[in-house]
Write a protein that binds this ligand. Sequence first.
Ligand code: FMN
Length: 135
Amino acid sequence: MKIAIRYFSKTGHTAKMAEVVSKVTGIKAETVDVPITEEVDILFLGSAVYMAGIDNKIKEFFFSLDKKVKNVVCFSSAAVLSGSYTQVKRLLKKQNLPVDEREFHCRGQFKALHKGHPNQEELDKLSTFIKGIIQ
Ligand SMILES: Cc1cc2nc3c(=O)[nH]c(=O)nc-3n(C[C@H](O)[C@H](O)[C@H](O)COP(=O)(O)O)c2cc1C
């Protein structure tokens, strides 16, 4: 099974989550600046919520995807909103790209809110989630 990991992270939380995905899959996690150049069975995509939306870099990355990806599995964190999944899914569907119904979301610290998140417990849950996808 061919796997790729891409993420966008402003303050390091999604990067930390992407490292967990990398550890479980044995695949290097890259930022969305690195394009997907060959067909992949699963793209693990990490994003977070900023000003109630997703960053433009993620949107630009979507435009570069065309039909190379067979399934996108999302993982995200946010301080208040229940993740970026709904927005990511809507944008990918618009491009006829397949999005897995399974997604992982947890809290991400923002200033004094949810200090220490994602924490070890959440990262362990992410690890279990990824194992469930690739087994
Ligand atoms: C500039 C900025 C804006 C944010 N806006 C929101 C928001 O509108 N809603 C929300 O739930 N979280 C918001 N957050 C919290 C982030 O989604 C959360 O901290 C997330 O874990 C950040 O991931 P990152 O460290 O990978 O960038 C914001 C964070 C930053 C830095």
